[in-house]
Design a protein around this ligand. Structure first.
Ligand code: SF4
Ligand code: SF4
Length: 450
């Protein structure tokens, strides 16, 4: 029997641990080398156009995009290409990496020029040429997201400033330090994409940032640049999940398997839109990233601007080092981030935090048997049944996972967080999603062969 999917709505309230919220973004410079993967996005990556021994400057393209979804990847330091080779990413996939030994000069490429934007097409091409992907962590190519199929009438741009994951405070800092540019990026995007309404969603634990956005929106309106509404939402998790945010902002519910454009909405992260404003002004592509460095093992937690491709090791060292042994390193937040297997991994375009945990913080509690308390169900914003999905995933039961709509899981981790039996729910559900995708692919292949 097919289960009916019920829509969404629930939330949890983990401790926000945003102790770095008051710390301004500090640039970290002087990286000795960067190792830049040519695939840092959803969709195919790039193919190298540089070779060992080549000289590159900041902003020079390193790879040729493979297909319409792909965005270029650029050099983040000036210097000499040491190697171009295939390596394994943290998620187990293979991609080409370009390693550049810095010459310490930070010379900017002559190719870096302010883009000429005259219409929607040239705007989308500029966004693509900037190498931009969703900076909130999704890595979805921005030029694709801003260009939904022609039969979808988009009337609202929702700016995601929720930043609901514990620890992470970079969006908050970007807003506090650049509120006018955040508004400018949102208005430019709405203008060139023909979107009438712009609404920013921000949680009420970021009062100063919300006030800065409101002031900047007021200035934009009084100068005739456009209207932006700032909506302050109650702090809860996962407010920043796209489908949850849309429902909170304008009450629309994205259908199962659908996209925000199906309900007339495009959601963009606030730092993504700020970057668009900066790119339109300067033409400097995405070569730096803004990250929160935090966790019990870090000596001086803070927010930092780092070159894409700089290693986690060098970032930690330049930020002040560790005060305790690192037992676990996470890229992203504690709810949705991924554990890193090697401290020499590079900072990627969509990394927004590096968390370094001590033994005490990193020790996972022992799993025990499910006591069928229903807390995971009550916590799931997608109204799924995590305990049942977990059971089906452990049994490799792709049919049941499909029937229980496992692909609607947004991997928010709320179920794992509330489970008193400490069951590894989201980890198993993630495996369950992979199982269903593999089963679908096998069925398609079989159908194609018959
Ligand atoms: S929260 Fe944990 S113990 Fe309770 S029903 Fe869900 S899986 Fe079982
Ligand atoms: S991880 Fe998936 S199943 Fe668990 S609460 Fe989030 S959406 Fe629901």
């Amino acid at each position: 029997m097919k289960m009916k999917w019920l829509g969404l709505s629930r939330a949890i309230h983990p401790a926000d641990k945003k102790g770095t919220a008051g710390l301004a973004i500090k640039p970290l410079t002087g990286f000795s080398r960067v190792t830049i993967p040519l695939d840092m996005q959803i969709g195919p990556g790039c193919e190298a156009i540089v070779a060992k021994g080549d000289h590159v400057d900041i902003g020079d393209p390193l790879g040729k995009p493979l297909g319409a979804w792909c965005v270029p990847v650029h050099a983040s330091v000036s210097g000499e290409v040491e190697s171009v080779k295939k390596e394994i990413l943290s998620d187990g996939t293979h991609t080409q990496y370009v390693t550049i030994i810095s010459d310490g000069k930070d010379t900017v490429s002559e190719l870096v020029k302010k883009p000429v934007v005259t219409d929607r097409e040239s705007f989308l091409e500029a966004v693509r040429a900037s190498g931009l992907v969703g900076l909130g962590g999704a890595a979805f190519p921005t030029h694709i997201k801003l260009n939904p199929p022609p039969d979808k009438k988009v009337d609202t741009l929702i700016v995601n400033a929720a930043e609901c994951e514990p620890y992470i405070t970079t969006d908050n800092r970007i807003i506090l330090e650049n509120a006018d540019d955040c508004i400018a990026g949102a208005l430019a995007t709405a203008h060139w994409c023909g979107i009438e309404t712009v609404v920013i969603g921000i949680e009420d634990n970021k009062k100063e940032a919300a006030a800065a956005l409101k002031e900047a929106a007021k200035r934009a309106k009084s100068e005739g640049r456009g209207t932006v509404e700032v909506k302050v939402l109650p702090t809860s998790y996962p407010t920043g999940a796209e489908k949850v945010l849309i429902q909170l902002i304008n009450g629309r519910i994205v259908p199962e398997g659908g996209l925000p454009a199906d309900v007339g909405v495009i959601v963009q992260n606030v730092t993504t839109l700020w970057f668009i404003a900066k790119y339109l002004e300067t033409g400097m592509p995405l070569v730096k990233k803004w990250i929160t460095l935090d966790g019990g093992a870090v000596k001086t937690p803070g927010n930092f601007e780092v070159p894409i491709g700089g290693t986690i090791e060098e970032v930690i060292e330049k930020a002040g080092g560790l005060k305790a042994e690192a037992k676990k390193i996470i890229m992203g937040g504690p709810m949705m981030g991924v554990a890193v297997d090697d401290i020499t991994r590079p900072i990627l375009k969509h990394n927004n935090a590096i968390l370094v945990f001590t033994e005490e913080e990193a020790t996972l509690p022992e799993e025990s048997a499910c006591i069928q308390c229903g807390r995971c169900f009550r916590a799931c914003p997608m109204k799924l049944m995590p305990a049942a999905l977990d059971k089906a995933a452990r049994a490799n039961n792709a049919d049941e996972l499909e029937e229980r709509h496992v692909l609607n899981c947004i991997e928010c981790g709320s179920c794992t967080y509330v489970c008193p039996a400490k069951r590894y729910l989201v980890q198993n559900i993630r495996n369950g999603k992979a199982l269903v995708r593999a089963a679908r692919a096998a069925a398609r292949e079989k159908g194609g062969q018959s």
